[in-house]
Design a protein around this ligand. Structure first.
Ligand code: GLY
Length: 370
């Protein structure tokens, strides 16, 4: 059941190992990277409670000694104060230039630890051990690292590729169903943006993925990571194609901002609703058939996911205000909104050529059902 996806980036290439019970094998997998049998692990308090002992045992079985720092769980940790604490802890642990830092956790820890590794002693290597579905299929792969600023999310950071990613699909069993389905929003995104067959497979097998059927989980994670790896290999620093990974994200970021980045709307939930809206917009612009947005919504609905604006609890601002929030997105170039639209399921493309009125009309109609 164990799969390997290679991310081809010349001298920065690495493998993503995907399968059950990889924590137990972590020592054997990480050992080839080490100059001395010692590793510093950054994690969060929740993940530490659940998985740190398993990682310690896995490393010890290869004779690797581990020290760890557990930061508070949650998005607020992706900030200067916790970043400073992490970097100073790594220095106090005497992590050297040839050592390896491990990120054990979800997207927050992966992004923060990766950024800490990027700047520590001008750059040390790091290994991602993502423990959430979202981190396994998205944030642990591709080398985007960083923290949030008061001015916005992910505004401080660096591209720093990991040396190895261990996506242990067994640990997904400890996620809440809501968090798991939020990550599944990113999985669906891959089918929608570039692989109609994968989307069809998800329509048939999504319930098995959600119910914890291991072979289905491994396949869903592997196909998602393979798609991300191919896109990142073509466009590491997002000069072009990598923006395809932002399907659904322009709508999502406006909705996240409108809901105050609170648990009214998790990131992957916003991505799923955003994908449905991006297909609605594509259909209204005559780019794809009217059936496509209905099919996207039908799958999200069948999975028990948030699908429409009405599924977001509480009030939302009007369409104009939401479009204004989109204009604050960091992906805006020269004041032009960039959208990922689609000519059909699996056929996404990047464009700045979207009339504001068309976006407004999609949002106005979506808001009338709230
Ligand atoms: N999460 C989007 C990217 O890695 O480019």
């Amino acid at each position: 059941m164990h799969q390997t996806v290679h991310v081809e980036l010349g001298e920065r290439s690495y493998d993503v190992e995907i399968g059950p019970n990889l924590l137990a094998q972590s020592g054997a997998m990480i050992a080839p990277l080490l100059h001395r049998p010692k590793i510093a692990v950054l994690t969060d308090e929740n993940v530490a409670e659940l998985h740190l002992d398993a990682l310690r045992d896995g490393l010890a079985s290869a004779g690797i000694e581990m020290t760890s720092l557990a930061l508070p769980a949650g998005e607020a940790t992706k900030s200067w104060p916790h970043f400073e604490r992490a970097v100073e802890w790594l220095l106090s642990e005497k992590v050297e230039r040839r050592d390896v830092v491990v990120a054990l956790g979800g997207g927050v820890i992966g992004d923060l630890a990766g950024f800490a590794a990027a700047v520590l002693r001008r750059g040390v290597r790091f290994v991602q051990i993502p423990t959430s579905l979202l981190a396994q299929v998205d944030s642990s792969v591709g080398g985007k690292t960083g923290i949030n600023a008061p001015q916005g999310k992910n505004l401080i950071g660096a591209f720093h590729q990991p040396s190895l990613v261990l996506a242990d699909t067994s640990v997904l069993g400890t996620m809440t169903q809501r968090d798991f389905l939020s990550g599944y929003g990113e999985v669906v995104k891959y089918g929608l943006l570039g692989d109609a067959e994968f989307f069809e497979w998800l329509e048939a097998n999504g319930p098995d993925v959600s119910d914890g059927e291991m072979a289905a989980r491994v396949r869903a994670v592997t196909r998602s990571v393979q798609m991300k790896a191919d896109i990142v290999a073509r466009d590491e620093t997002e000069q072009g194609d990598r923006a395809l990974l932002n399907l659904g994200h322009t709508f999502c970021h406006a909705l996240e901002a409108a809901t105050g980045y609170s648990d009214r709307l998790l990131h992957g939930e916003g991505v799923a609703i955003g994908c449905a809206l991006a297909f609605e917009l594509s259909s209204r612009l005559g780019l794809c058939s009217q059936e496509d947005p209905s099919r996207v919504r039908a799958h999200l609905r069948a999975m028990g996911m948030k699908t429409d604006l009405a599924d977001i609890p509480g009030d939302l601002p009007g369409a104009e205000a939401l479009v204004d929030l989109m204009a604050q997105d960091k992906k805006v170039i020269d004041g032009q909104l960039r959208f990922i639209l689609a000519r059909g399921i699996g056929q996404a493309f990047v464009t700045s050529d979207v009339p504001r009125e068309a976006v407004l009309s999609v949002l106005e109609d979506a808001l009338t059902t709230v």
